[in-house]
Design a protein around this ligand. Structure first.
Ligand code: ADP
Ligand code: MG
Length: 354
């Protein structure tokens, strides 16, 4: 267990940077999720920290000790990969205790420690089986046990759930969260899945094309995304974005003019372009409200009733807007997103404060 300082981590290739100036401090016992689309540099980040790839620049401190000059086995880091490479000819017990054998830990101590992590990950009943006789979710729990058995200072997880089906993903995700909190091991978890990011971490780091876009607790990133990338990446579906222009105390979007009053972002110059963001769930049927806001007539043919909610689309000017309505609204419904819960971004895609 340790606090971790990552300062300016960079990995360049001839054709560009896979990771650029990645800086983050993790508190002792914290779980941080790094989330971003495929190719954004997530695996590169973990490989640099584990010592499996060479940095072009930056420094890594774990528990006050600088480790970036050290060999992988001297960094006190354990990593779990997407493909959980267990030794097929060894029992689960032998697999889990392998890192302890490598370090010459005595038999009795090994036994106690294996029983401990096996209990945590609920694999006690599987210890004498071989990996071939396990389900995908069980194998992934064994891989987690093997990584945690020697109590690393830092635990790195690279998309550990992506080979599991949806139901198993939920249950293994819960195991990871519970075990991490109980052991208090400082953890960096990377994923392209925004649901994992929202549910697992104390904080998330949103990464795009090798660069950090935002660092915040997940609900804060959802409520106040720092830019249009974060706004569209978090949420399923993500935030709708619409081009708009300021006209005095109002904004023009498509053929609508919305009086913003106090909600006008101060930094936006009169006549200037901005982007308006609206979450699909921000819409309410307009017949039960007199709210000032963005109005959309839903296309009845677009309705996808899902039981608890209905997905619809409608148009604002030439843009299509996704609406997530509670229950099953009548086909001819008009919706409004009140101006209080619209988001505003500048021409560069950065959020206007607040
Ligand atoms: P992620 O794990 O987020 O999907 P990666 O860290 O694997 O992304 O890759 C980040 C970027 O670095 C990608 O654009 C990838 O093509 C590039 N990259 C990775 N390895 C190499 C390499 N050996 N040579 C050149 N580019 C690479
Ligand atoms: Mg990857």
């Amino acid at each position: 267990m340790a606090d971790v300082r990552l300062a300016g981590l960079t990995r360049r290739y001839e054709d560009g940077a896979a990771l650029e100036d990645f800086t983050l401090d993790l508190d002792d016992g914290e779980l941080v999720v790094v989330v971003g689309p495929s190719g954004c540099g997530k695996s590169t980040l973990l490989r640099l920290i584990a010592g499996l790839d060479e940095m072009s620049g930056g420094q890594i401190h774990i528990g006050g000790r600088r480790v970036d000059g050290l060999a992988p086995q001297d960094r006190d880091v354990a990593m779990v990969f997407q493909s959980y490479a267990l030794y097929p000819h060894m029992t689960v017990r032998r697999n889990v205790e392998f890192p302890l054998r490598m370090r010459g830990v005595a038999k009795a101590a090994r036994r106690g420690r294996v029983e401990e992590v096996a209990t945590l990950l609920e694999i006690e009943a599987l210890l004498e089986r071989k990996p071939g006789a396990l389900s995908g979710g069980q194998r992934q729990r064994v891989a987690l046990a093997r990584a945690l058995v020697r109590e690393p200072a830092l635990f790195l997880l690279d998309e550990p759930l992506s080979n599991l089906d949806a139901r198993l993903r939920t249950s293994v995700r819960r195991h990871i969260r519970d075990v991490q909190r109980r052991l208090g091991v400082t953890t960096l978890y990377v994923t392209h899945d925004q649901t994992e990011a929202m549910t697992l971490g104390h904080r998330i780091v949103v990464l795009d094309r090798g660069r950090t876009q935002m660092v915040a607790p997940p609900l804060e990133a959802y409520a106040r995304p720092a830019n249009t990338f974060v706004a569209t990446f978090l949420g399923s579906p993500g935030m709708n974005l619409l081009p708009a222009r300021r006209q005095g105390g109002a904004i023009a979007i498509g053929d609508q003019r919305i009086e913003l009053g106090d909600h006008m972002p101060a930094r936006c110059a009169d006549g200037g372009a901005l982007t308006v963001g609206v979450r699909p769930e921000a819409f309410v049927p307009s017949n039960d409200t007199v709210a000032v806001g963005l109005r959309v007539d839903a296309d009845p043919a677009s309705a996808e009733p899902l039981g608890a909610e209905t997905m619809l689309t409608g148009n604002v000017g030439r843009e299509t807007v996704v609406i997530r309505a509670a229950g099953t609204p009548a086909a001819e419904t008009s919706f409004v997103a009140p101006r209080e819960i619209l988001h505003f971004f500048d021409a560069g895609g950065r959020r206007f404060s607040p």
